[in-house]
Design a protein around this ligand. Structure first.
Ligand SMILES: Nc1ncnc2c1ncn2[C@@H]1O[C@H](COP(=O)(O)OP(=O)(O)OP(=O)(O)O)[C@@H](O)[C@H]1O
Length: 364
């Protein structure tokens, strides 16, 4: 996803008001239980030759206050467009959405005042210190010097960067830098923080550091976090997640519930002769099951997968086909993603198409 042009133009007045007051303005409507709620949200673009691209098609989404919500989807599914609509950076073609208690159509300024947006591209100056970056940002947005200093100190503290405040940004680790970028988005104390792939490009240690910070934000400040990610282990740790495909919401729920809904285990067998074994397994398995062969071996989805293993192994060995290994694993989030989109989430990342090409398996 790209950073949206004009992002920085939108907030000055809003930031000034919110950061100075840090309490709701008298004309602010109260924030409801849902941090984000959309009904029938549509965004269409005119395409070439009179065609129409439906980037978002009738989205019904509910994100509760204080929740960490993962938003997943293949490339081009409509994630960026949805975030633009929810941050009031683009106007819906039809439908409704409220974010942090404000209506994106009728109160776009209030929406922008109440949200923070972390996009993938770094917006901090590597030659300035952490503190200078934040202070300048706050001043550029119109905060008086004293308030800018106070908010800078507060968000540095929240980001755990107080002792590195005088370090030039280029000397900070990747994780610290990302925490600084998040801190920049916290200057105006937003109720909802949108994070577009906040850990992409970071090593595992830095990724863990960023998530530690996000968890602390949520616990200490009750922030609502709306996160896009291609890392399933990150989505796994979110309270709930939604999967969007071709502009439509195809699944929404807790990671546990979504995996339970898939139901079937993935059974994988490695044999001396996978092609011959595939035919045997196909005959034994229920007729609606797809049996695949890939680099992992023969795979298929079956309810109560482990109970099938002795039976399948016995049949194969009786025909002289040696079984080298057999396993049954409960559904993963990748299975959930695959079930709903027909693709592995690995394929949603640039350069990961090869991984998807080997992904077969049944159940769909
Ligand atoms: N300004 C635009 N004009 C025309 N079509 C657009 C525009 N913005 C997005 N689209 C189209 O809308 C669809 C959804 O795009 P979007 O960028 O929201 O997807 P995405 O899920 O964020 O993808 P990625 O993961 O690759 O960033 C795509 O088909 C895209 O080409």
């Amino acid at each position: 996803m790209q950073r949206h042009a004009g992002e920085d133009d939108l907030a000055p007045a809003a930031l000034r008001t919110a950061a100075l007051a840090r309490t709701p303005a008298a004309d602010d409507p109260p924030e409801p239980a849902c941090a984000i709620s959309t009904r029938g949200l549509v965004k269409s673009y005119p395409g070439p030759d009179g065609t129409t691209t439906h980037a978002v098609s009738g989205l019904d989404l509910d994100v509760r206050r204080g929740e960490t919500f993962a938003f997943l989807g293949p490339n081009g599914a409509g994630k960026s467009t949805t975030i633009s609509l929810l941050c009031a950076l683009a106007r819906p073609t039809s439908g409704r959405a409220t974010v942090a208690g404000a209506d994106v159509l009728t109160q776009p300024h209030l929406v922008r005042r109440r949200v923070g947006m972390l996009f993938q591209h770094s917006a901090v100056d590597p030659d300035l210190t952490a503190e200078q970056n934040l202070h300048i940002h706050a001043r550029l947005y119109g905060l008086p010097r004293r308030d800018a200093r106070r908010r800078t100190a507060e968000v540095l503290e929240t980001a755990g960067l107080t002792d590195r405040r005088r370090s030039p940004v280029r000397t900070l680790s990747g994780g610290m830098r990302r925490r600084l970028e998040i801190a920049r988005q916290l200057l105006h104390a937003p109720g909802v923080l949108f994070l577009d792939e906040p850990t992409t490009g970071l090593d595992p240690h830095a990724r863990a550091e960023v998530w530690e910070h996000l968890r602390a934000l949520r616990e200490r400040h009750g922030s609502t976090l709306f996160v896009t990610t291609h890392y399933l282990e990150e989505a796994e740790n979110c309270d709930r997640l939604a999967i969007i495909d071709r502009g439509r919401l195809v699944a929404q729920g807790t990671p546990l519930a979504l995996k339970a809904a898939i139901g079937d285990d993935r059974v994988v067998l490695r044999t001396d002769d996978d092609d011959a074994a595939k035919e045997v397994v196909r005959r034994l398995a229920p007729p609606d099951r797809t049996v695949g062969v890939d680099a992992d071996g023969i795979s298929l989805r079956l309810p109560g997968g482990s109970a099938w293993i002795p039976r399948l192994c016995a049949a194969l060995e009786a025909l002289g086909i040696a079984v080298n290994s057999a396993s049954a694993t409960p559904p993963t989030l990748d299975d959930v993603f695959f079930h709903h989109t027909g693709r592995s989430i690995g394929a949603a990342q640039p350069g990961r198409a090869a991984a998807a090409a080997t992904r077969t398996g049944g159940g769909r």
